[in-house]
Design a protein around this ligand. Structure first.
Ligand SMILES: CC(C)(COP(=O)(O)OP(=O)(O)OC[C@H]1O[C@@H](n2cnc3c(N)ncnc32)[C@H](O)[C@@H]1OP(=O)(O)O)[C@@H](O)C(=O)NCCC(=O)NCCS
Length: 190
């Protein structure tokens, strides 16, 4: 029965949000947010131009949760309105990546911070020895503010690994000291 005790809760409730594992039933809602150019203002090349890209994303996140016991959630308000996607996913560097992409109508109400706090809590319960990290562009101060408020520290800033306008840098944030190979992977993928 021990495995049941170690299985993370399937549904997490915060003060204002209900966080559930992503499922195929969420694809249309997720696609609406991930195909909205406003949610890719800092990285226009990332916008989902077709539904197949979102299907792939959701499948990868479902697979990651199955392998690692935790993954990004569908975020809804307690009255059922879809807010977006957020949480932690395991990376190839064996660190959690904290991420969030919310519908523009939901911005500025502290929802991403609420998701981040719940995700860090669950990450620490699921795999206490695994760092929680985040990567942002300097052109996205709202995202960096969420990481800072969640207790992560900025440990690197430099050239981004993706094509960005001149002057924009990548950042790596973490909740603890990283192993050299973890740090190097995060910098390579910042
Ligand atoms: C980034 C995002 C998730 C933030 O969601 P949110 O629910 O509005 O975030 P919160 O309200 O929890 O916190 C945002 C914080 O950023 C601050 N902020 C917002 N705009 C800012 C700006 N231009 N400069 C500095 N801080 C800013 C807010 O004041 C707030 O901090 P506070 O609570 O201390 O006042 C949301 O804007 C989003 O989905 N953006 C598109 C996707 C994206 O960029 N994802 C991150 C990719 S790394």
């Amino acid at each position: 029965m021990a495995h049941q005790l170690l299985t993370p809760q399937q549904e997490i409730r915060t003060d204002r949000l209900v966080l559930t594992p992503l499922t195929p039933a969420d694809i249309d809602d997720v696609h609406a947010v991930f195909s909205d150019a406003r949610t890719w203002g800092h990285l226009p090349s990332g916008r989902h131009a077709d539904r197949a890209t979102t299907v792939d994303l959701v499948q990868r996140k479902i697979g990651g949760r199955a392998r690692h016991g935790l993954g990004s959630w569908t975020v809804r308000t307690t009255d059922g309105a879809f807010v977006g996607v957020g949480g932690v996913d395991m990376t190839a560097a064996r660190v959690w990546n904290l991420g969030y992409r919310l519908a523009p109508a939901a911005w500025g109400q502290g929802y991403a911070s609420e998701v981040a706090a719940a995700a860090i809590d669950q990450a620490h319960r699921t795999a206490p020895c695994v760092p929680v990290t985040g990567r942002v562009l300097t052109s996205n101060p709202a995202s960096a503010a969420v990481l800072r408020k969640a207790g992560l520290s900025l440990v690197w800033q430099g050239p981004a690994s993706v094509a960005v306008p001149d002057g924009v840098l990548g950042q790596v944030w973490t909740d603890r000291e990283l192993a050299d190979d973890q740090f190097a992977w995060l910098v390579r993928n910042a």
